[in-house]
Design a binder for this molecule. Structure first.
Ligand code: NCD
Ligand code: ZN
Length: 346
């Protein structure tokens, strides 16, 4: 097959930032994706319904003329979050999900949750109204090795919280382990998981062998190859509870190429060609539609997009810009390290 047409895909986990960075990266997502779940980890974070509404306006105002894109907003869960504000924002159609960051787990997560008893009321309200909780699934206990933090989170935090809050709909964001895949498969329909583009392509050797590669550093950090293979198997399976969340997370190059580099891979520009490559290599190109276009809307109880996107394979390798430029400085586009022959048709 040299061409494939899908319902227009959505990105169920995206960092757009604000200001000059927002302006630079927004067209990269809007070019291929119809909708995205917008992460709330701004500085300061998007905590209230009013802040989410204002952020949505800034995103829509930044959209270049002629581009269509629907930001689906999230609230950043803190120990002070008011269940009534969450319920009102959901009822008004301002927010599509709430994001849980364990305090200190990743970029701009200092206001996240330390004591889960303090958010019990919000989680119970969310279970009642069916509002999904997007979870950054890593423990922050310094005694736990960084490569084990997802597996330990499932056992110590996620499973107990889900048991304590029956009916809570949860998305495990950017799973990076076979443990994550297995846990999703062992549970019922109220649990889903997003998988990023880069975790389908790199393992931890790509970050660390032959010199440190800051543009491959993200959180959760890529794990060993056996975990990457489990993610590829799950993503390409077509199973309903695995869907695309790129976690495209732009940082200007100086912030990545640093003695203390920021976490995040920027994949908005080339995700769709990369996914076509990965799915084709598995002999499962036909399941790209489920992963990128159908499973996410089904979990979020939204319609599948009626517009389409066509990918085409050619004999010459596809080129995309190595960096995108904007007022916030250069941002390096994720480099898969191999030639890709797929591109999105204009
Ligand atoms: C994200 C960011 O930069 O905001 N970074 C990342 O490595 N994924 C935060 C996150 O999603 O963990
Ligand atoms: Zn993220």
């Amino acid at each position: 097959m040299t061409q494939i047409t899908l319902p227009r895909p959505d990105d169920w986990h995206l960092h757009l930032r604000d200001g000059a960075m927002l302006e630079a990266v927004l067209p990269e997502s809007a070019r291929h994706f119809a909708r995205a779940i917008i992460m709330p980890n701004l500085v300061p974070p998007v905590v209230t319904g009013a802040q989410a509404a204002a952020y949505r306006e800034r995103i829509l105002a930044g959209l270049p003329a002629g581009m269509r894109f629907t930001p689906l907003m999230t609230l950043y869960l803190t120990e002070e979050t008011d269940p009534a504000d969450v319920a009102a924002a959901a009822a008004a159609g301002i927010v599509t999900a709430v994001k849980l960051y364990p305090a200190g787990a990743t970029t701009n997560s200092a206001s996240g949750v330390r004591d889960f008893d303090k958010v019990r009321g919000v989680l119970e309200k969310m279970a009642e109204i069916g509002l999904p909780l997007c979870v950054h699934g890593e423990v922050t206990d310094p005694a736990v090795d960084i490569f084990d933090r997802e597996a330990v989170f499932i056992e110590r935090v996620l499973d107990p919280v889900r048991r304590a809050t029956p009916g809570l709909r949860v998305v495990m964001e950017h799973i990076t382990t076979k443990d994550g895949v297995d846990y999703v498969r062992s549970q019922g329909e109220d649990l889903g998981a997003t998988i990023t583009t880069h975790h389908l392509i790199i393992n931890r050797n790509h970050i660390l062998v032959g010199g440190i590669k800051p543009h491959y550093y993200c959180l959760p950090v890529a794990k060993r190859e056996s975990h990457r293979l489990a993610l590829v198997e799950a993503a390409t399976s077509g199973e309903a509870r695995f869907f695309l969340g790129t976690d495209s997370a732009p940082h200007a190059d100086p912030a990545k190429e640093s003695a203390c580099g920021c976490a995040g891979c920027f994949t908005a520009t080339n995700t769709m060609p990369l996914l076509a490559h990965v799915f084709e290599a598995e002999g499962r190109l036909a399941n790209l539609e489920a992963f990128a276009s159908r499973n996410g809307p089904a979990f979020y109880r939204l319609p599948v997009n009626s517009e389409t996107l066509t990918l085409e394979k050619t004999d010459t390798a596809t080129h995309w810009p190595a960096k995108i430029f904007g007022g916030a400085g250069p941002v390096t586009v994720f480099d898969p390290g191999f030639p890709v022959f797929w591109h999105v048709t204009p």
